[in-house]
Design a protein around this ligand. Structure first.
Ligand SMILES: [Zn+2]
Length: 455
């Protein structure tokens, strides 16, 4: 039906019918507008006077708030604290301004401080960390303490927290409640923060510390399980320097064995030449037992006090003889003495198809080798075949060789007297056992040493 047809039909109606129709229409309009009016009536929800959302009915908000509280209780298992004042104010708003369940939830979490009652670890009047239950809080304290447990061998005088700690209830936001491992970690590090550096090629603790402006010591402390000399490319290095929130203090009594160093005394003797020394009594270190009280905090020794000392064995003073006798002149006298005490093991002359240019005197390793006559050292060092060798020029075109030594005691250019210690017996060079190869050369030609010394 078209409009013209409607108005045409309307015209056809009687006056009474018209009045009735208009009345019905007006009633409808009133009903519709009333319906619309009621529909846009709503409540502003205020928390501590601040509008946080708009709901159709007060109950809509209350139901959601209760469900959020229940959810928190189910998650954290603790009493939920809610001490804000909620008020409602009747308002007229567009229908689409009215919040639905999800919007109400968001408004609650954003604006209302819903806290749970947890078990806090308190130091003085500050709660450092919160756990779900008292037994968890106790477990955390037990775990941290056990890290710094003293050795079984020592006598423990104190093994406890340095701080005054108590476990008590704390009101806290749900997500801030920690589990045992998180709490242990947090207390040891003093923070939840993570700051990691990935090791790059060519980096060391020193360059990394410099880059982030922290000390190398701190970097080591932040990475106790990392070996600074074995850094790998891509390895994660923590840049958070731990600052523990609790201090486990131990006081233990330890017995330490310490050495007492011996003293050295000198005794003069005319039996030795000036400049010569000989040990008469060998010194020996003593031992003392020290009872010490050691104080550590979180495993780091902070003090050590000596309680008592007990000498177990006294040190023996070393006595050294010091020569006073004037040495003979450091020039050749023309006669020789034996270069070492020992047994003649090889003679001068031909042996095994080659000429032996000296004699061999077998002697124990380390026996002293002395100058056969006064003179000047012209060689002291390694020489192929001879091993460690000393050559002395005695003048009168006479020189002597002392080979195969284990240690040389004189230097080239040094003047020595007859009988002076110049080396120690060894088996260096071409040698099959400790001995001295002694050679005498006249006008550079080896002669039989047995013409000068008797063996
Ligand atoms: Zn020889």
């Amino acid at each position: 039906m078209k409009i013209e047809e409607v108005s045409g039909k309307f015209k056809e109606l009687s006056k009474k019918q018209k009045i009735g129709f208009i009345g019905t229409l007006s009633l409808c309009l009133i009903l519709i507008s009333t319906f619309l009016y009621i529909n846009s009536m709503a409540f502003q929800v205020k928390s501590n006077g601040k509008v946080i959302t708009v709901v159709k009915n007060k109950e809509d908000f209350q139901v959601v708030l209760e469900s959020v509280k229940e959810e928190l209780f189910n998650t954290y298992g603790e009493e939920v604290i809610f001490d804000e004042v909620i008020t409602y104010e009747r308002v007229k708003v567009d229908k689409d301004k009215i919040a639905h369940v999800e919007d109400i939830k968001k408004a609650i979490s954003k604006n209302i401080n819903l806290e749970v009652v947890a078990s806090g670890i308190w130091v003085e009047d500050k709660c450092i960390v919160a756990l779900h239950t008292k037994s968890q809080a106790e477990e955390v304290l037990k775990k941290i303490k056990s890290i710094y447990e003293p050795d079984e061998q020592v006598k423990v005088e104190k093994y406890d927290y340095a701080e005054n700690i108590k476990i008590d209830k704390v009101q806290i936001k749900g997500p801030e409640v920690k589990n045992v491992d998180e709490a242990v970690d947090f207390i040891l590090k003093g923070t939840d923060q993570e700051k990691i550096h990935k090791v790059e090629k060519g980096e060391s603790f020193w360059t990394i510390a410099k880059k982030y402006d922290i000390s190398v010591d701190d970097l080591v402390r932040a990475n106790m399980d990392v070996k600074p000399e074995k850094l790998q490319i891509g390895q994660s290095i923590s840049l958070i320097v731990p600052k523990a929130l609790l201090t486990v203090e131990t006081v233990t009594n330890t017995t330490l064995k310490e050495k007492i160093a011996y003293e050295v005394e000198f005794e003069e003797t005319s039996a030795l030449y000036k400049g010569e020394k000989k040990v008469k009594i060998t010194g020996k270190n003593g031992v003392k037992e020290v009872l010490a009280q050691v104080v550590t905090q979180n495993g780091v020794q902070v003090a050590m006090n000596v309680v008592s000392e007990n000498i177990v064995s006294k040190p023996v003073t070393q006595v050294v003889l010091k020569g006073t006798k004037n040495p003979p002149p450091r020039i050749g006298s023309g006669s020789f003495i034996k270069p070492t005490r020992g047994r003649l093991s090889s003679r001068f002359g031909w042996r095994w198809g080659r000429k032996h240019t000296g004699i061999d005197i077998a002697a124990p390793y380390g026996t002293k080798v002395i100058a056969a006559d006064g003179g000047k050292v012209t060689y002291s060092g390694w020489k192929s075949g001879y091993g460690y060798l000393v050559i002395i020029d005695h003048g009168r075109n006479t020189i002597t060789y002392y080979g195969h030594n284990s240690k040389l005691l004189v230097k080239k250019g040094q003047k020595v007297f007859k009988g002076q210690k110049i080396a120690l017996v060894g088996s260096t060079g071409r040698s099959t056992g400790p001995h001295v190869h002694f050679e005498v050369r006249k006008n550079k030609i080896p002669v039989n040493p047995l013409r000068y010394v008797k063996y």
